[in-house]
Ligand binder design. Structure first.
Ligand code: B1M
Length: 208
């Protein structure tokens, strides 16, 4: 019988070979893809998120775990789609105009995917108009803006104004090293997260 606890452990330890092997084993035993996702991969990334928040593990460990999850997801995703398993929510995330930093954004995306969200990465240096167009095309419930420079924080304000003026119905979360809850309140963002693990909590709170 495939061991989902061992699969979760493989993700926690960032053991890519084991996460792939155990996912294949579980599928070969006809275990439901949803169960493999929830009790194996998401359970493992959930533990990583808790440890990251508690400063028990750091960014390199999170990236290694996320890679182990990603490799297993590549095997699982077609089976999930075939079984009609829906993601818990849809998000698009980008770094705002003028800003090329993407390491934090990518980490947020990995953690959200790890929590069961369908996430579209729209890249870096994304203009307010491009955000609006992407939201119109993809209709996400959640839009994430990342900025790492004090000089690009005003682009978050402009982007939020453009999204609101276009009348688009979505929750907006912002984050990045210079960003604060005060700034989020000031520019009318729906939520702020100081780190990738908290971003998952904020995104989930939007769904309720
Ligand atoms: Co840049 N850079 N950089 N840089 N860079 C900083 C940010 C800086 C603080 C360095 C410094 O001077 N000490 C400084 C900004 C100063 C300021 O504005 N106050 C700076 C500068 C000035 C610049 C340039 C202007 C340098 C120059 O050319 N003169 C230039 C700007 C280019 C541009 O964007 N237009 C530049 C360029 C670069 C590189 C290209 C070399 C590279 C980026 C590579 C890449 O991202 N692919 C780079 C890097 C790597 C950094 C540092 C060293 C590291 C940033 C990082 O990745 N951190 C950074 C100094 C530092 O932070 N020590 C620095 C790790 C990452 C996981 O953390 O991104 O904060 P972070 O993400 C966290 C949270 O913030 C949060 O979750 C993440 C995980 O917990 N989070 C979100 C992030 N986005 C979120 C979104 C959310 C929620 C949470 O919801 C949607």
């Amino acid at each position: 019988m495939a061991d989902l606890k061992a699969l979760a452990d493989a993700v926690i330890k960032g053991n890519q070979t084991e996460s792939v092997r155990l996912t294949k084993e579980a599928l070969a035993e006809k275990m439901s893809p949803k169960r493999i996702l929830e009790e194996g991969l998401i359970a493992g990334m959930g533990v990583v998120g808790v440890r990251f928040k508690a400063n028990e593990v750091y960014i390199p460990e999170v990236l290694i775990s996320a890679r182990a999850m990603k490799m297993a997801m590549e095997i699982l995703e077609p089976q999930l789609a075939a079984a009609g398993v829906d993601p818990i929510g849809k998000a698009i995330i980008g770094t705002v105009q003028g800003d090329l930093h993407d390491i934090g954004k990518n980490l947020v995306i990995m953690m959200l995917k790890g929590a069961g969200f369908n996430v579209e990465d729209i890249g870096v240096d994304v203009s307010p108009d491009a955000f609006v167009e992407k939201i119109k095309a993809s209709k996400p419930q959640i839009v994430g803006l990342s900025a790492l420079l004090t000089t690009t924080m005003p682009a978050m304000d402009k982007t939020i104004q453009s999204i609101r003026q276009a009348g688009l119905n979505c929750k907006i979360m912002i984050g990045g090293a210079p960003v604060t809850q005060n700034y989020a309140d000031k520019i009318g963002a729906d939520g702020y997260a100081p780190d990738a693990a908290t971003a998952v909590d904020v995104a989930k709170s939007f769904l309720n």
